[in-house]
Design a protein around this ligand. Structure first.
Ligand SMILES: NC(=O)c1ccc[n+]([C@@H]2O[C@H](COP(=O)([O-])OP(=O)(O)OC[C@H]3O[C@@H](n4cnc5c(N)ncnc54)[C@H](OP(=O)(O)O)[C@@H]3O)[C@@H](O)[C@H]2O)c1
Length: 243
């Protein structure tokens, strides 16, 4: 499997979960692969035969074509690609400095769209595989408190949903995963909200979704119902939600 954003807590928990089942090769693609020695050793310890960390920067759009070509040519068929990179950003700073907002949108939406298309092309040629992406419930309805991040995930979510439709019949499927609040590096220092979860629990959801061929999943699963209600709340009421 290939994890884009190889240092992601959710990405690494998911890699561990798949190694515990059947994955034998894991490629961790990250901005600082040299920082992933511990993660590489850990995945070997739990049973992976081959683990490597390679350089990948979601913001460096011009590098994506060569990156994807190199990974697929060196490793042959890849059963699962997980798009796990992303930045939360700082909403207040973003509103004061549009360049900061644009950087969040570039990483979470433009970068994910670009590498998603390159990877999808390789998966389509090999004729099988799952392309999973970490969206967020924040993208289902952008809130005042984090609409920069929320809109980046809304764009990513729509893009990958459409990409999934474009791949129907190719043997390749796209899985859009929508976690709620996950206790990870990204949320360190923030107060957990109701239905908060952990990277290991999100990994369990992803494994189950891949194994069942699902095209979307929520983590934890009850968020699916909660978000159905939240999406339809009248705006004045939605604005008053505490979380
Ligand atoms: N935590 C949550 O509550 C939550 C909820 C819903 C969805 N998600 C989504 O789940 C995904 C994983 O998040 P996480 O919780 O596992 O957080 P995390 O541990 O902070 O992982 C995010 C990863 O993205 C990488 N990254 C950021 N910008 C990058 C770039 N330009 N190129 C390559 N890699 C880049 C970071 O790498 P560096 O180490 O180089 O910074 C980091 O390893 C993200 O897309 C996030 O938006 C998280």
């Amino acid at each position: 499997m290939l994890v884009l954003g190889g240092g992601s807590d959710i990405g690494l928990a998911t890699a561990r979960a798949f190694v515990a089942r059947r994955a034998r090769t894991v490629i961790l693609a990250a901005r600082r692969p040299e920082a992933l020695d511990g993660a590489v050793a850990d995945l070997r310890r739990v049973g992976a035969d081959h683990v490597e960390a390679v350089h990948f920067d979601a913001d460096d759009i011009g590098s994506h074509e060569a990156f994807a070509r190199d990974v697929f040519s060196r490793h042959g068929d890849i059963d699962l690609v997980l798009v796990a990179f992303g930045v939360l950003g700082d909403q207040t700073v973003s509103e004061e400095n549009p360049e900061t907002a644009a950087a969040v949108l570039t990483t979470n939406f433009v970068g994910a769209a670009s590498i998603g298309l390159h990877v999808a092309g390789h998966l389509r040629r090999q004729g099988h595989g799952v392309l999973a992406v970490l969206s967020s419930v924040a993208g289902e309805r952008a809130r005042r408190a984090n609409f920069v991040y929320g809109s980046s995930k809304a764009g990513l979510d729509a893009f990958y949903s459409g990409l999934g439709d474009s791949l129907v019949g190719s043997g390749v499927s796209v899985l859009v995963v929508r976690p709620g609040f996950v206790k990870s590096k990204m949320t360190a220092g923030l107060d957990p909200v109701p239905l908060s979860t952990t990277p290991d629990k999100v990994a369990e959801v992803i494994v189950a979704a891949v194994e069942s061929g699902a095209e979307q999943a929520w983590a934890p699963p009850p968020l699916r119902l909660v978000m159905t209600a939240v999406r339809h709340l009248p705006r004045p009421l939605f604005r008053r939600l505490p979380v």
